[in-house]
Structures are given as structure tokens and as C-alpha cells.
Design a protein around this ligand. Sequence first.
Ligand SMILES: *Cc1c(COP(=O)(O)O)cnc(C)c1O
Length: 487
Amino acid sequence: MSTLIFERSRPGRCSAQLAPAELACPGIPEALLRQAPPPLPEASELDVVRHYTALSQKNFSIDTQFYPLGSCTMKYNPRAANALAMLPEFLARHPLAPAATGQGVLACLYELQEILCDVSGMAGVSLAPMAGAQGEFAGVAMIRAWHRSRGDHARTEIIVPDAAHGTNPATATMCGYAVREVPTDRSGNVDLDRLRAAVGPQTAGLMLTNPSTLGVFEQRILDIRDIVHAAGGLLYYDGANLNAIVGQVKPGAMGFDVIHVNLHKTFSTPHGGGGPGAGPVGVAERLLPFLPVPIVLRRERPGAAPAYVLAGESERPHSIGRLSAFMGNVGVLLRAYVYARMLGREGMGRVAQFATLNANYLMVELRNAGFELAYPARRASHEFIVTLKRLKDQTGVSAMDFAKRLLDKGVHAPTTYFPLLVPECLLIEPTETESKETLDAFVAAMKAVLEEARTNPELVKSAPHTMPVRRLDDVKAARDLDVAWKT
Ligand SMILES: *Cc1c(COP(=O)(O)O)cnc(C)c1O
């Protein structure tokens, strides 16, 4: 089968004449006008549909296979949330339309702000950031603004534990801070002695990924809070994977000053495919003035329905500013709103219960099947780590080989080689909505590959065998990326 639609092109073939043959655009200078028609593929409607359908079937996807990709998980994305977010009244609204004609969408966004405040335990939320990393940037920019507003210019460092997500040190650097790393102790928690030694008058704050990239819930959060606050620093909570704790504990109640949440992980938009996202930020009382704009406000009107308005720079002079044109990624925000309303407060708590139940079930089953856990003494949060270091030493089969062979067994590979702290690791996240049968089938696939690695390592090392392509040269793909069609 051809991989490019151009290979199916035949002169004069087409689907339907949708555009007028002669597009009249008066006023364009002659020199700028195209001399020949663009070299677009000419194919029939059936050709086009079959081509792209066949291509889509070559991919692994959440619609066809189990996808236990830790950290950047494809979590549950109910179709109903998408259908409502795609209502024509939402889609057709012009972003510059006045608030008076957009009361419905503004009401949804306002209520989403309120729901996220409630879930995170923070005093205020802005929906403006359009990714997790952008939410982090907003959060650290607010920490910076707060110190500056108090005339404290001596704070030049952000502390980042080594089990943090990679975007955390990157964010601190982007905001102009030096990053001071603190190590993890043997049980997977932040090393408190090293933290005590690291804080001082130069500490602007600490960024904690929780659960950390090791898949465990930090056990000494209140101690961390006390150490950092006593030194005058603020606390940042990376809540990208809120499905581990949602409806159970609130970062605001743990004493955090800022949090971001990835709606495109926990709230009904898929992550991992590189599509649009949203990383709302929540703050404690003292950071409220700095929240990025716009923010949706609700004004009560006696004798009338409340009015929803967008507050910008003039109403919020201390804001760190704008992170996007208009209101952020509204489609993602609407999906999150519908999903949150479908779950309700009670359902929200069940998300975290099932996320951790599924992860712990899978972890124990894999340990019983002979896999080595990176942190055997710890309970999993929403994800956990298996290390194949010993298997590699004994058989030469690496985590990458293992992952590739899993594709032949019909499951998407877990995250490999992340976090960097654990050698030959697989970071596995089943997600909250998978059935016991699916989890058991995954354990069977893992067991089968383990057996093959011991008895026939070459088979695993040369995998995949049944995929449309074999082992790809990912270094070449990254260095010599060529996606242009040339005739
Ligand atoms: C995914 C993730 C991020 C970054 O989110 P993006 O939307 O990819 O920028 C940050 N922290 C953690 C813990 C994550 O899992």
C-alpha cells in the first residue's frame, strides 16, 4: 500500500468540485499570483477515504489497543465530552465576539474554574495556559512576581528534586532561575537532609512533581512544606497527573502555593499524540493578583441572571499577563468541563481509587510473574516502574527490545527509559478505566515476552516482527526529519 496520497494521484481524478473554479480575489498584485495550479494530489473520494483509513489502522491507538504509557498517559476520553464540546454553538463562536453573546460558553468556563479550585484546594484558577509546561511557566512567573512585589530580589534559585518531571527544571530556567537539584532517598522520597541543606535566602521556591516520576506519592510533603516555607520560598505542585489524587486529597490543603493541572491527561483530552492541551494554574490567596489573564468573572445582577465577563489587564494590573490569544484552548476546556460535570464530586473520587487500584493490581501481578520492581516496598500511585536491568545483564534483552516485542503481542509499549533514575525501566500506567480482563491480558503478554527473552533472546532483540515497519532508526528520524513532498 502507498504511504503517500500523492502516489494514488491520477490526472483529472477528483472527489467533487467544492470550490468555484475561478476564485475571484481582486486586488492581489499580478506578480504574487500563482502561475500554475498547486501540485495537489488528484484522487477520488473512495481513494482518499481508504488511504487515510488504512494509514490510521497501521497505528496503535487507544481506540484499538491497551495503552499503558506511563506519565504521558492516554487516559479516559469519553466520546460524550467530545460531542458536547463540539456543539456548533461553541465551534462557530468567534473569539472576538462580545461577552454578551457568549454567556453560555463563559458560564461553562467560569464553572470549570470553580471546579478546579475545589478539586485542587486553591483560592483561584486561570484557564489561560495551553500546556502543562506553559502552566508551569505561569506558576513560576507568579512566584517570581510575588517575591519582586515584596522587594525581595535575592531569591535566585528554584529547588527541583531529581525525581521531578523534566519540564520542571526547564521551566525554572526559562523563568531566569538557577536550578538546584535535591536527590531522592533510597525509598523514593525527597532526601530531607539534603533539602534542609539546600534552602536559604536564595530560595525562591520548590517544584514538586507528585506523584513523582517514580510513580510514588511523596510521604513527607508536610515536612517539605515546612522547610521551604520557613526559608521564605513558595511551593509549586506539578499536578499534571491529577488522576492519582483527584477527589481524595487537595494540594491546597497540603500547603502548596501554586499548582498546574494537565486537562489533557486527567480531564478527557488525550495526551501523547501531540494535540492541543490545557494546563490551568491554581494559586493560594497571596498569589491571586498575579494570575494570568483572561479570567472569567461572574457578576450578580439583582433581578436578572448573573453576567459572565472576561477580566483582562485593566481589571487585573498585577497579572503576569497573557499566555495565549483569546481564552486558551477552549475546546479542551469544554471537554474537561463536561467530563467533570459527568463525574460529579463522587465520581471524581472514584477516578483516583480506580487509577491506584489498577496500578497496584498490575504491579503485584507482574511481580508475581517474575518482574523486578524499582520500588518494591512502595505502593504504586497511578503508575509504577519495572526495571529490566538484571534481564539485560543475563540475556542482552534491553527495555527497548522488550517494548518492541510487546507491540507484536498487541499492546502499546509502556514508557521506556523514563525516569532516568532507574536503569532499563518500563514506566507502566494502566489508567482507571481498564477492565481486569485487559490487565490480565497485559500480564500474560509481559510474561510471554519474559519467557522469550530467556529462551530465545534473538527473537525479542529483532522485534517487532508483525508491524507494518520493523525497527526504525529514531536518531536518523530526529536528525534528518524530512516530511516534505517533492515532485
Ligand atoms: C506531561 C507532564 C508535564 C508536561 O505537560 P505538557 O502538556 O506535555 O507540557 C509536566 N509534568 C508532568 C508530571 C507531566 O506528566
